[in-house]
Design a protein around this ligand. Structure first.
Ligand code: DGI
Ligand code: FE
Ligand code: FE
Length: 190
């Protein structure tokens, strides 16, 4: 599929806000790729598709993962919204023709992150948080600057802000989110 074809398909699938967010992440990821020396085209398409399973029903997300033999954790069963990342990586391949593993990994890891993310994965993870349409949270101004100046530090601070938010809203924390935070905390103290 060409990029305009992908955009059309996503525009049909999403409401206006989700589509705007998707374009914001794609353009932000592309700009971060240029600054940090990743492939701009990969960053753009990963940004476009990162939430491609967001509007899919919980039932279909679970089925999509089960059909592909992808493990579903307890937290994911209790909070199937989390599965839009794993299901998204599958749909990006089957419904949008993406075969680049790094792009698929960036979609798969965009919500919780994972220890040892590639440059592209870190870019998409951060772009999802700092894209211009994101609601203003107090730490966002600092994180937006940091995304361009020090990507690893920004990854750590996004994880920190996410854990803080999950704590405040009493949401179940995916062990993957905590493991990723602890990994980047250790890397930072090296
Ligand atoms: O899909 P987006 O809204 O653009 O962003 P996202 O993929 O980062 O998903 C954000 C949502 O996922 C937000 O409501 C917080 C939630 N989330 C992230 N990590 C965890 C989590 N929810 C739970 N329950 N546990 C987590 O560890
Ligand atoms: Fe998402
Ligand atoms: Fe997103």
């Amino acid at each position: 599929m060409t990029y305009p074809e992908i955009r059309k398909k996503l525009e049909k699938a999403f409401d206006d806000d989700r589509y705007e967010h998707t374009l914001g992440v794609a353009v932000t990821a592309r700009m971060l790729a240029r600054i940090h020396g990743a492939d701009e085209s990969d960053a753009y398409v990963a940004g476009l598709l990162h939430d491609c399973a967001k509007n899919v029903s919980h039932k279909k997300k679970i089925q999509t993962c089960e059909n592909e033999g992808v493990d579903i954790s307890e937290v994911e069963r209790a909070n199937p919204g989390l599965l839009h990342a794993k299901a998204g990586a599958i749909l990006a391949r089957t419904d949008y023709g993406i075969s680049n593993e790094d792009v698929l990994n960036a979609i798969r890891s965009h919500t919780t992150g994972r220890p040892g993310m590639s440059l592209l994965e870190k870019i998409v993870f951060v772009a999802d948080y700092v894209e211009p349409g994101r609601d203003e949270r107090p730490e966002l101004a600092r994180l937006r600057r940091e995304a361009f100046e020090d990507l690893d530090e920004c990854v750590f601070h996004v994880l920190e802000a996410t854990l803080k938010y999950l704590g405040e809203t009493a949401k179940a924390i995916d062990p993957a989110t905590r493991e990723t935070y602890e990994y980047y905390e250790r890397e930072r103290n090296k």
